[in-house]
Ligand binder design. Structure first.
Ligand code: C5P
Length: 374
């Protein structure tokens, strides 16, 4: 049997799981901070961040897919170029004359006739990633994190609709509990003002706007996730090749809000024209926190892929519920987030629902069954 991949002796399955939990919590906190800590007039473009996320994720996935081609090639006699320092192999690749054929092969895989299937989840993910910024700007980190758990509900609904999966009574009950928990958390959410560095310019959070954004993001998350799973499980294509396809199809929808913003804002357009450089303007106000948000999001996309590959969606659910606790505690420490009774009860209800939802079904095999990792 194939060896289970591990890092420093720990199975990659668990490493990716814990990493996803920490990544989820970090993203929630840093994205929120990056949006509300500066005056609205000096904040960065969320659309540019989403575009950068897709570019970086696509590039990294392309490199991984390229490296993995070697493993899939059954040509042990292929000549290799090896770079070694003091006997330690640093870099090992095909002979230069084989590189071109590798590029061509990767190109054929990426632009395979069925690559268009990824266009649907990629558009949905771009919408979701943009909505995440709206939600993070208008809800406190912990409320956003808890509300975002509704994606379990939408994932279940789309799995039943599209994948014809069956849910046990326990799982339906857990879903109901989840909706109740999210509702309770919303009760305590009121308008909060965060004073920015510029005294005249304040960031005012609009909880209703944030909640609508998070609800829509949950809808796209469920649909995109189930659709991606359908594509992944119904073809033998490599996960990283699929990720490259996902990023490629994301580029166009990611550019739409950037172009639309320029077209709808003559002042912006004039500024772009006067300063001459489109990229400089696009990444205006992109400070360290904005870059940190993008990098954590890129990392999250890659870890999500690993969790799907080496673990499964049940584990992904656990990772997300773990991240609630982490971001909740961090919100208390960092943002002076006040623990209300409603928030505590709502969060505990969400956690209980997530735990219940992730309980294995009875062994009669009639209940919900998550697919095996690909
Ligand atoms: O919250 P959810 O699990 O739906 O978030 C998925 C996130 O992971 C999205 O930001 C999406 O762009 C990213 N993703 C990815 N590659 C995949 C699947 C999801 O980058 N194969």
């Amino acid at each position: 049997p194939a060896a289970v991949p591990s890092i420093c002796g720990m199975p990659l399955k668990y490493v990716s799981l814990v990493t996803l939990a920490v990544q989820n919590a970090l993203l929630t906190i840093i994205m929120h901070y990056s949006r509300v800590s500066t005056a609205p007039s000096r904040t960065y473009s969320a659309a540019a961040a989403v575009l950068m996320n897709e570019l970086l994720k696509g590039f990294i996935s392309l490199v991984i897919a390229f490296v993995r081609l070697d493993r899939q090639e059954h040509t042990p006699s292929a000549p290799k170029t090896t770079l070694s320092i003091s006997g330690v192999t640093i870099f090992k690749t095909c002979h230069p004359r084989n590189l071109m054929s590798k590029f061509r092969r990767l190109g054929r895989e990426v632009f395979s006739p069925d690559c268009w299937k990824l266009s649907i989840p990629s558009i949905l993910y771009v919408i979701q990633n943009n909505l995440q910024y709206v939600a993070a700007s208008n809800l406190d980190a912990a409320t956003f994190q808890v509300s975002y758990q509704m994606k379990i509900l939408t994932t279940a609904a789309f799995s039943v609709l599209l994948l014809r999966r069956k849910l046990s009574f326990t799982k339906w009950f857990a879903l109901l509990l989840l909706a109740v928990g999210v509702g309770i958390v919303q009760i305590q959410s009121g308008a909060v003002k965060i004073t920015s560095a510029a005294s005249t310019d304040v960031h005012v959070m609009q909880p209703l706007k944030g909640f609508l954004a998070v609800a829509a993001a949950c809808f796209t998350s469920g649909l995109a996730g189930v659709y991606f799973e359908m594509v992944l499980k119904n073809s033998p294509a490599d996960l990283w090749v699929r990720n490259v396809q996902l990023s490629l199809f994301s580029l166009l929808p990611a550019l739409v809000p950037i172009i639309a913003a320029n077209a709808s804002s003559p002042v912006e357009a004039a500024a772009v024209a006067s300063q001459g450089c489109f990229l400089t303007n696009l990444f205006r106000n992109f400070g360290p926190w904005a870059w940190a948000t993008v990098l954590i999001q890129v990392f999250g996309g890659l870890v999500t892929a690993l969790v799907i590959k080496y673990s499964d969606n049940i584990m992904k659910g656990f990772a997300t519920s773990l991240s609630i606790v982490i971001s909740f505690l961090a919100s208390v420490a960092l943002f002076d987030f006040r623990i209300t009774f409603a928030f505590t009860v709502g969060s505990l209800t969400v956690l209980l629902a997530t735990w219940l939802y992730n309980q294995p079904d009875s062994s009669n095999g009639k209940g919900w069954k998550w697919s095996r990792p690909c």
